[in-house]
Design a protein. Structure first.
Length: 482
């Protein structure tokens, strides 16, 4: 079947998707390798959490600044620079021999990922201005993001068992180098507004510091408790930093995140729903991998392959089916259907036995995970519905920030509650496998509850994108009303 896009735009879409694939894949490829990294570097449970969260916090915390800098300096320039930083950081992660170096380079990876990802959706919007073409391009872009997260786990397991965990980072080198070189040739150049407009470095420091401190506070509750003076003090400081960020955005001459973006109810609710959905799903990815290896006795490669049906279902649904269903029923209804499938998928894991059979106990969840393919395409279209040429970088940064912050908080909260429950069961004399399984049950129950909240918010508050006059949005809607 011939492509619906001219060759120049096909190449542009391919480069944007390649950059997104590398960044998203690296967010998940490490999950299957976590037990091997923990053994090799002698990490504590909280230290292991930071291998994931250092990447996600840098990614989420810097997305808004990167998106703004893309608008000021040029999105193509920011995209290429991000790919370069990400590729160099991947090399250094692969060479890491201790915990501080690996966590530091994961943070640098996250910074490079933020630089590339923050402008990706903005460039996609400007390269595909016609609504029908834009919908198809978003479908392909969403497919890469949705499938890449699951494919990363499969690839991570195979590389970890066949070679070593170091190669989950080395695999980025040829992809990153090729994508950066091609981006210079095929992406349309743009000059940007110029640094004189302002980039709000103070706002970036406040939001990044607040997010880092918030996740750190949650992770450390496993040692100090939720009601301890230390936890409450750190939580209060987190609130002060994030409140300072909001105040800064309301008063700055050139804010990092103009608060007028939130005049659009569709954009606001879509970002909140996405954060809840990704919190549950990313926590699920981490925890089901740990369950399969630490309770089920799977090796890294087998654990990765056990997740392959989810990757196949997500990819198949997001690439073809989701766009057709959205065209017929609207993104909101497709999103509701996708979240409903995910509620069932994660809910099934709340009854996961210690001695689980893959076909009976795990495979149904993997197949129902195809609901994420429906949900991610719909939420992407809705989240970008307020994006136009002037604000595309900022809206793209906001959308990706909600995704990464949701993922970081989801991993922190679900892992912390799982660890607390496991420790309690061990203290009462349960065997290790039973205690771990009990901890995973609590985490999956929380994940299910988050998805239920996302469903209710979507049903009650989210509507199809409307015209700027109707919604007081600053820019035209990205997708037609159903």
């Amino acid at each position: 079947m011939p492509s619906p896009f001219p060759r120049s735009r096909r190449m542009a879409l391919a480069v944007l998707c390649a950059g997104m694939l590398m960044v998203i894949l690296d967010g998940s490829i490490v999950t299957v390798a976590l037990p091997a990294i923990q053994r090799d570097l002698a990490l504590s449970p909280s230290g292991l959490t930071w291998i994931v969260n250092s990447y996600m916090i840098a990614f989420g915390g810097l997305l808004l600044l990167a998106g703004r800098l893309g608008d000021l300096l040029g999105r193509r320039r920011m995209f290429v620079a991000g790919l370069a930083v990400f590729t160099v950081a991947s090399l250094l992660c692969g060479l890491a021999t201790n915990q501080p170096m690996l966590i530091g380079m994961r943070f640098l990876q996250g910074a490079g990922g933020a630089m590339a990802s923050a402008v990706s959706l903005g460039m996609l919007v400007t390269h595909f201005p016609e609504p029908g073409e834009r919908a198809r391009a978003i479908g392909a872009f969403s497919f890469v993001g949705a499938a890449g997260a699951s494919i990363g786990q499969v690839l991570g397991g195979i590389l970890t068992e066949a070679v070593s965990w170091h190669w989950i980072f080395f695999v980025n080198l040829p992809v990153g180098a090729a994508a950066a070189l091609l981006a210079v040739r095929v992406l349309d150049p743009d000059e940007g507004l110029g640094l004189r407009v302002g980039a709000d470095a103070l706002g970036a420091a406040l939001v990044t510091g607040g997010l880092m401190l918030g996740v750190y506070t949650i992770v450390e509750t496993s040692r100090h408790g939720w009601g301890s003076a230390r936890t409450l003090w750190l939580a209060a400081l987190t609130v002060v930093l994030l409140a300072g960020f909001v105040l800064r955005q309301a008063t700055a001459a050139a804010p990092l995140l103009p608060l007028r973006m939130f005049r659009s109810r569709t954009v606001s609710v879509a970002n909140l729903v996405q954060a809840l959905m990704v919190s549950a799903l990313f926590g699920f990815q981490i925890l089901i991998t740990l369950y399969l290896q630490n309770v089920g006795g799977y090796g890294p490669a087998r654990a990765g392959l056990a997740l392959l049906p989810a990757a196949v279902m997500i990819g198949a649904v997001s690439l073809g089916l989701s766009a057709r269903l959205a065209g017929r029923f609207g993104e909101r209804n497709v999103l509701l259907a996708g979240i409903a499938l995910l509620v069932v998928a994660i809910g099934l894991l709340t009854r996961l036995p210690v001695h689980a059979g893959y076909v009976a106990d795990v495979l149904p969840t993997m197949l129902l995970a195809g609901g994420f393919g429906l949900a991610i395409s719909a939420i992407t279209a809705l989240g970008m519905s307020g994006a136009g040429a002037g604000d595309a970088g900022v809206v793209s940064g906001l959308f990706n920030t909600a995704q990464q912050v949701g993922g970081a908080l989801g991993v922190a909260v679900l892992s912390t509650f799982a660890a607390a429950r496991t420790d309690g069961l061990l203290a009462r004399g349960h065997d290790r496998a039973g205690a771990l399984t009990g901890g995973f049950h609590v985490a999956f129950e929380i994940g299910t509850a988050l998805l239920v909240v996302a469903f209710v918010l979507t049903a009650a508050l989210l509507r199809q994108p409307r015209t700027p006059a109707e919604e007081e949005a600053p820019v035209p809607a990205a997708s037609p009303a159903a």
